[in-house]
Design a binder for this molecule. Sequence first.
Ligand code: SF4
Ligand code: SF4
Length: 191
Amino acid sequence: MVSLTGRSKIVSNKKMTFWEWIYIPAIVKGMLITIKHFFKKKVTINYPEQQRYFSPVFRGRHVLKRNNEGRERCTACGLCALACPAEAITMTAAERTSEEKHLYREEKYASTYVIDMLRCIFCGYCEDSCPKEAIFLTTRIVDCENVRKNFIFGKDKLLEPIEKNKRIDVTKRQTPNVFEFKKNLKYSHNK
Ligand code: SF4
Ligand code: SF4
């Protein structure tokens, strides 16, 4: 038969040599490979006791930010949900009452804000599209769970604590230009 690729080999039923028949050279060869790997540097780590270095701009679990006065920055504009390629974000908008001014930065706020972490691909488009600097990805990892509904993150898991010392630091995700801009309090964006 003519080979189409020219790569086929003719298998012969030749008899084993003495050394092939006793298998010892093949076993020794295999052991040498094992020993060589035994002394090589390990490529695995003992997680979670040991953790690898994360880049400051690693895209992990999201946080919904508050402003300096502790008011929620999100205005439920929906841009993050529109930008999300995985359609992982949903929210409900509500109108702020006069008694709620200390809670929400603008007249409209997200009464519910949900991210389905099983859909999320951590692309960061929500962070990029947000005009209010309300949502950021962080270096925190989404906890392991064995119940699907626990991966549906609402405001209880996304919103940062109101106490200043418990806020989630996202400064390393922002460029020096953004920092300069944020120092200028004449812009309502920075208040
Ligand atoms: S990181 Fe990407 S996939 Fe995840 S919620 Fe944001 S936009 Fe959607
Ligand atoms: S997180 Fe940002 S983009 Fe998303 S709804 Fe809130 S303000 Fe709009």
